[in-house]
Design a protein around this ligand. Structure first.
Ligand SMILES: Nc1ncnc2[nH]cnc12
Ligand SMILES: [Zn+2]
Length: 331
């Protein structure tokens, strides 16, 4: 049990599909997996870049067929996140990844949402659901899916942008983000994970995003860093993900300490924990071991996550008080 209370703001629910659950769901649904066994699948969790991970991530989604599958996956994440100290989670899902394989929007949205509805009572975790659009598919398709989500009154708080970044700049998605703004949705986007600092600027200026997922490549552009510091734009950093997808060589080379030093508003997240070797507690523990982060620094990262979330006032204050209590208990 890891007891630092935090908010997880960068989490792809499909990236929480553990190998064992992949096999269980395949058996339940009669899906023939292209792996010799569990170990063969686990042996494939060696990635050279974002695309090499995405290929496996999308392929494994074939086991998700029914509402119950989506609900079971989501409940398993929430149970594990509770043990990691997560008290609030803003969870992305990739509806297009399911639509293209013939799974209805209602099936994936209602399945995830049904588990989220019980989360506070069952796991003590408040939640929000974010529909992420795949930037390597046409923006027109994203807009159609957004319209369908609005038409079905899907319980989403916002939209995001993910999948293969390089060659798919935010500028292609202005109409989607404008529609989301009109509909009163919160807006976030992945930028500066593998893509250049310019994508971070575009996400802010052209899409009007309130948070940047990853954003680590902002450090290559001093003027951008100064702006992100002045505006205190939240950057949802995912250290173990960056190591596993080779954005950095080792955790020691991760820019998180430099980002904190520069005054950027950073928090720690797990991204796709089933694939990257750890949940948010594993990220915190490894940061502590690698950089010798103090309890005070860990509490600052946790407080940043809560302040950067889209939770409403009362709960936000209560969670910030929990972090303050944790901080003083460490002294
Ligand atoms: N780290 C990541 N970057 C972009 N798209 C993703 N989809 C799931 N995880 C992702
Ligand atoms: Zn991500």
């Amino acid at each position: 049990m890891f007891d630092l209370p935090s908010a997880e703001l960068h989490l792809h629910i499909e990236g929480t599909l553990e190998p064992e659950l992949i096999f269980d769901l395949a058996a339940r649904n009669g899906v023939d997996l292209p792996y010799a066994g569990l170990q063969d699948l686990k042996d494939r969790y060696e990635f050279t870049d974002l695309q090499s991970f995405l290929d496996l991530y999308y392929s494994n989604m074939q086991v998700l067929r029914t509402e119950a599958d989506f609900a079971d996956m989501t409940r398993a994440y929430l149970r594990r996140a509770a043990a990691a100290g997560v008290r609030h989670a803003e969870i992305m899902m990739d509806p297009q990844a399911h639509l293209v394989r013939g799974v209805a929007l209602e099936t994936c949205v209602n399945g995830v949402a049904s588990a989220l509805a019980d989360s506070e009572a069952e796991f003590g975790i408040s939640t929000g659901l974010i529909a992420a659009f795949l930037r390597d598919r046409p923006a027109e398709e994203a807009l159609e899916v957004l319209e369908a989500l609005l038409a079905m009154d899907a319980p989403i708080i916002g939209i995001g942008l993910d999948s293969a970044e390089v060659g798919h700049p935010p500028s292609g998605f202005t109409a989607v983000y404008e529609r989301a703004r009109q509909a009163g949705l919160r807006r976030i986007a992945h930028a500066g994970e593998e893509g250049p600092p310019e994508y971070v600027r575009e996400a802010l200026d052209l899409l009007g995003v309130e948070r940047i997922d990853h954003g680590i490549r902002c450090l290559e552009d001093d003027a951008l860093v100064r702006r992100l510091v002045v505006e205190q734009v939240p950057l949802t950093v995912c250290p173990l993900s960056n190591v596993r997808l080779r954005a950095v060589d080792t955790l020691k080379d991760h820019p998180l300490p430099a980002m904190l030093e520069r005054g950027l508003n950073v928090c720690v997240n797990s991204d796709d924990p089933a694939y990257f070797g750890g949940y948010v507690d594993d990220n915190f523990r490894q940061l502590e071991q690698t950089f010798g982060f103090s309890a005070d620094q860990l509490a600052t990262l946790a407080a940043n996550s809560i302040r950067s979330s889209f939770i409403d006032g009362g709960r936000r204050d209560a969670l910030l008080a929990e972090v303050a209590e944790w901080r003083s208990a460490q002294r």
